[in-house]
Structures are given as C-alpha cells and as structure tokens.
Design a protein around this ligand. Sequence first.
Ligand code: ADP
Ligand code: GN1
Ligand code: MG
Length: 358
Amino acid sequence: MEGLLEKKEILKQFQLEGEVIELKPYGSGHINKTFLVIMEGGERYVLQEINRNIFHDTAGLMENVVNVTSYLKDKIAKEGGEPDRETLTVIPTVQGGYYYRDRAGNDWRVYRCIDRIITLDQAQTPEDFRESGRAFGNFQAQLADYPAQTLHETIPDFHNTPKRYLAFEKAVEEDICGRAASVAEEIAFIRARKDEISILAGLLDKGELPLRITHNDTKLNNVLLDEETHKAVCIVDLDTIMPGLCAYDFGDAIRFGANTAVEDEPDIGKVSLSLELYRAYAEGFLEGCGGRLTPKEIELLPLGAKTITIEQGIRFLTDYLQGDTYYHTEREGQNLDRCRTQLALVVDMEKKWEQMAV
Ligand code: ADP
Ligand code: GN1
Ligand code: MG
C-alpha cells in the first residue's frame, strides 16, 4: 500500500504495543481516510487521517469526541452495557494527546476497532434498518442532558439549509469549471424548492422546534451492527456531533438508507423511497428517542427527510460545480450522479408524501 512505511511511523506515535502486521483501507466514508490496523498480538485498531480541508479545528473536534465518548461510557456502564464495544475508544498518543500532526501537517487519530460487526451501505432488511433507527434515536436520547455549550462547532452551519442554498447559488454564478449550463435542469429543480427547504430553519429561529444534540451524519454505515444478531452495537463518525434539529438526523438516515438505490447510482430509474424501510426506521427511531420528541417534531419528520435530501443534492451539485474538492470521488461525474439520485428521491417523496406521515 502506498505510504505504508509512513503510516507505520505514524502509528508509533500512539500508545500501541508490538508490531503492525497488517494495514489496509477500511470502510466507505466520503471524508476521512480510514485504515484497519492489525497488530502482531491480534489486536485491531482503526487509523484515520482527519480531513483538514473540511475540519479546521482538529483539537476542538477531538475534544468533542473524547468528551462525548467518556460521557457515553459512563451511561453505558450504568446501564450494564459494554462501554468499550458500545462507543468509540480513542487511543492517546505517546505525548498524551488525542491526535498526531505529522510533518506534512496531516492529522491522525486511532480508535480501538470494534470487532464482530458489519456495516451496510444499503439496508438489507427492514429489521436492520429499524435497528439502526433505534440506535440513532437512543444516541440522541443518551445525549439529551449533555452540556451543549461545551461542544465545538466543527463545521459551522453544517445543516443550515438556507446557507447551503446561498453557497450553491454562488457556485452557479461563479461556475469555475464551466459546468453550470450542463446541469440547468438540476439547478431549476432546486430553485423551485427554495422556500420549502427553509421552513425547518425558520421554525427553529421562531423557537417552535427545539435544538437538540444531534449526530448530523446518520448514514446507515455510521452504525455498526453485530455480525450475528444484526443488533446495533455502536454509533461511529462522531465528527459532526453538534446542536441540531431532530428532523435532520431522522431525514439523513432516510435519504441514505430508505433509497432503493445506492447514493451514486448512475441509473436514476433504480431510485425510489421504500415506504417499508421508511416506516421501519421511523418506528425504530421513535422508540429509541424514548418519548422525548414533541408532537411538532414528530409531525415534521417527513419534512426533515425531504429537506435534507434536497440539501444533500445541493451539496453534491455545489461540489460538482466547484470541481469535486469536498467529497472523495473515484470517477468523473460521481458527484453529479450523487446529486441526481438525491433529486430523484425527492421526486418520489413528493409522490408518496401522504404516505410518509408519521
Ligand atoms: P468517514 O467520516 O470518512 O465516513 P468514519 O469515521 O465513518 O469515516 O469511518 C469509516 C468507516 O470505518 C465506518 O463507516 C465504519 O464502517 C468503519 N469504522 C470506523 N470506526 C470504526 C471502529 N472503531 N471500529 C470498527 N469500524 C469502524
Ligand atoms: C459525508 O463522512 P461520511 O461519508 O459519513 C458528509 C455527510 C454527507 C455524506 C453523504 C462531514 O459523510 O454530511 O451527508 O458524506 N460528512 C461531512 O454521503 O460532510
Ligand atoms: Mg462515516
């Protein structure tokens, strides 16, 4: 693997014992670079390069992760669970810090690898998806009393949809890659929904929806499921835990996991909203939230799904217009395909709107 020696050197900066016997790319995230590390004693770790183009304050980000995971570990222990399996464990550096900056200025961290798990890029059964809903709902419930003011905002305005819209309009206007004309249809589709995507943000401003501590990246592959029972074991990808709207956490899981096609499917004909998966997730999520949601929050869950699906379409299209610098891509046009699946999913949600009521 490219850079293997450098990675082995980097691993020496962490409190790990013994020699590394295997190191390979792991997972399918779009932001960080993730590697599985196996030591001679058989212990397994996850090494990650944190994407500094996206996260500008690694120290603040890691402080969030360490504080939230230690808070969760206490809760899990009190509930009789397994703290080292049910939440992430950060391995400190030899200097006692939580990340290491290498000579090239890249930031690295190491987690204990949680074993005997699977992660899915698509829901295989409604039961798996219900289970992930329960886990994300429960995650929010566990953090309900967490001191929100101590959290660093790792990406300002992360799910501020009106601001995402403005950034998209700016990218259209600047059109630095000369791609805007070829996506006129997608641009028009988004513009036609401009007012609707601001509704939730408006309700938050008016105090009609509560700000909660949310995960903000509730993709199905951010929950580890037990490989045998398929019960949720652990929520990962804690980089964007910030105050946010519950509807967005619900919605983000739906846009990714209740889509009958994968996120970058080039054949738009395969995209649709599976109502069976949608309902399974909604039931699991509400159960996990444990009765904490207000009637208004519950009523607005479908709008959360639609809003964040448009927001994600906007984000992928913005990146396409700006030359694919934000999301990892493996092929030309991948961000445009990703945008198109999101917009096609919105079309299907509009058709199924009545049936999406929770
Ligand atoms: P990204 O921000 O790039 O999505 P993630 O933190 O989600 O990065 O990690 C990518 C993938 O690696 C996850 O989807 C999951 O499959 C796997 N993963 C991450 N951390 C662990 C861990 N501690 N134990 C086991 N698997 C993990
Ligand atoms: C990114 O890191 P990952 O792949 O779980 C992104 C999310 C998007 C998602 C789209 C920090 O998530 O916001 O919804 O891609 N994360 C960040 O698949 O931007
Ligand atoms: Mg992830």
